[in-house]
Design a protein around this ligand. Sequence first.
Ligand SMILES: O=C(O)C(=O)C[C@]1(C(=O)O)C=C[C@@H](O)C=C1
Length: 286
Amino acid sequence: MKKNQTLKCGYLGPKGTFSEIAVMKYFGENVFLIPLQSISDVFEMVQNKEVDFGVVPIENSVEGSVNITMDLLFEKSDIHVVGECVVPINHFLVSYGSLDLAEVKKLFSHQQAIGQCSKFIKNRLNNPDIIFTASTANACEMIKDVPESAAIGSENIINIYNLKVLARDIQDSKNNSTRFFIIANSERFTKIEGTAKNYKTSIICSPKHNEPGVLYNMLKAFKEKDINLTRIESRPTKKQLGEYSFYIDFEGFKEDKDVREALVKLEKMSSFFKILGSYPKWKERE
Ligand SMILES: O=C(O)C(=O)C[C@]1(C(=O)O)C=C[C@@H](O)C=C1
């Protein structure tokens, strides 16, 4: 461990995942990397204070929400969102030996990566069996002893696992990018400078009553205070078909007066209400 790496950050490993790229992009050299086997392990390690931070994917520009992260944000207590980071996602098709595209019989990767490359898989490969893995880098470990197999992952995996590149930039969208949340066991961040526009707040709420206009009334609380929403997603509550929780991100800091007043209104209309955290909006650093 380097001298300045006193803080530990857990993420979906092994080495070479996009989650690892997100950690390095957000923290630079300032944290000690702790690769874990699943996103659920990341939440648990953060919750148990075995790591100071966790980095987890929350949404992708092509595939949408990462449901496991959404559900764990709902379920787990003592988890605070303290930051966000956006990573461009360029996928590589790799294997341990040279292989023509048509010879790939088994294709290994994370479900999100397979989804993000679906056009390439359909149009350029010869209908391979698809095996979903815990992460993209995990796919590289798994293909080692499987003949006629290939994996999809980041550029970093090429050198780490000493792989051959069969095709590059195979994602369906040029601007493919994934947003990650930085999570911690306590609020590790307080507003320091700038206007509400420099911050975001993320919340989850489930309306008390399933009746006409309920979502309209919830969103009106934001409109009345001129608060700009940046994302709204729903997930089933898992209790009853047709019941949903809403995940809302908006500009502003949770201690701002207008935000506080809007959230008080929203909480009154909710059977479940949770503020995930306020954090600085992601800005690409030069
Ligand atoms: O498997 C990885 O490399 C991950 O970091 C996970 C993950 C995801 O779950 O969305 C992260 C970014 C990419 O969208 C693809 C996969």
